[in-house]
Design a protein around this ligand. Structure first.
Ligand code: HPA
Ligand SMILES: [Zn+2]
Length: 348
């Protein structure tokens, strides 16, 4: 067992759980555990191409982003009713609360569901009800971010945004996810401009598998406020300088990056190098049911693999709060709670 310079390993683990943290990169469809997939398939009379929970889980051996997405969209096909969307989001929020999450900004992919005939209102109302209950029963502040699937057309994204407008007060922003290579951010410039007109926050996946040019494109063509993943920025010194200067957060998902073979293992992840370059890096879970861990697993395993210490813990938790779209009063309260946790645990 290794000892950190200031804090033993067990206390560091307890600190990582106790710290108030914001989860800013979580696809709610990626929180669908195999057990819930099977339960919903049975409830809805949906046939699955896997005989058992174990067989489904055994299929979670991915070689890249696309090999994961194929299985992820198949899993989401069991979602049919408002209650299904509620159950999925509520299961995630309970796990997040247990990990010390005080704020969750949750991605959802409406096109995955509306293309199957599920009405937009069913998706949004089910997820929203879980967010409301998270505040009242768990003390977790939860909000939704509507993501466009980048393998589909911009026209489809524009229609999706318009179709969601009757629920405009139920989501705080838009994002861009799905297959990255071959679908540069510029393809979605008009729909992101429309989102900006509507007063929505804007984020985009960029530089997960794609080149630094896609991160430049997300900044300059989509005017995003955060980059999801962004780890490929390390290849471009001018881009690192831009991200540091403008304090653009990178929502990094270490376990996802290893499972999708962006890095061969956690010890070779560049999260520490990105922090050392002065970037506003945060840690998140991406698709926790598929990638082997929720938020606290991502923190603990990354801290172990990279030898991070209590100073990094404070910085990463503070970054996550600062990078969130929560109200300034909430952010100030969580920052004060973060300070209290360090004082209570007598960690300098
Ligand atoms: O990691 C991801 N990348 C892109 N799209 C996604 N949709 C769910 N997870 C991901
Ligand atoms: Zn993601």
């Amino acid at each position: 067992m290794s000892e950190r310079s200031t804090v033993p390993r067990e206390r560091l683990g307890a600190l990582l759980r106790a710290m108030p943290k914001a989860e800013l990169h979580i696809h709610v469809e990626g929180s669908l555990e195999p057990e819930l997939i099977f339960a919903l398939a049975e409830r809805n009379g949906v046939a699955l191409p896997y005989p058992s929970v174990e067989a489904l889980r055994a299929a979670y051996a991915f070689s890249n982003l696309q090999s994961f997405l194929d299985i992820y969209y198949a899993g989401a096909s069991v979602l049919r009713t408002e209650q299904d969307f509620f159950d999925m989001a509520w299961a995630y929020l309970q796990r997040a609360a247990a990990d010390g999450v005080v704020r969750a900004e949750i991605f959802f992919d409406p096109q995955t569901h509306t293309a199957r005939g599920v009405p937009m209102g069913v998706v949004i109302e089910g997820l929203h009800r879980a967010c409301v209950q998270a505040q009242s029963q768990l003390g977790v502040s939860a909000a939704l971010i509507l993501c466009f699937l980048r393998h589909l057309s911009e026209e489809d994204a524009l229609q999706t945004l318009e179709a969601a407008l009757p629920w405009r007060d139920r989501f705080i922003g838009v994002g861009l996810d799905s297959s990255e290579l071959g679908h540069p951010p510029e393809k979605f410039a008009r729909v992101f401009a429309r989102a900006a007109e509507l007063g929505l926050h804007r984020v985009a996946h960029a530089g997960e598998e794609g080149p630094p040019a896609y991160i430049w494109g997300a900044l300059d063509a989509l005017h995003v406020e955060r980059i999801d993943h962004g780890v490929q920025a390390a290849q471009d010194a001018a881009l690192l300088a831009r991200l540091a200067r403008d304090r653009v957060p990178l929502t990094v998902c270490p376990l996802s990056n290893v499972r999708l073979r962006v890095f061969p293992d956690l010890a070779q992840h560049n999260l520490r190098a990105l922090l050392d370059a002065g970037l506003c890096v945060t840690i998140h879970s991406d698709d926790p049911a598929y990638f082997g861990g929720y938020l606290l697993d991502n923190y603990r395993l990354t801290f172990d693999a990279l030898g991070l210490d209590a100073g990094h813990a404070r910085l990463l938790a503070a970054n996550s709060i600062d990078a969130s779209f929560a109200a300034p009063t909430d952010k100030a309260r969580w920052r004060a709670e973060l300070q209290t946790v360090f004082e209570r645990m007598a960690i300098p």
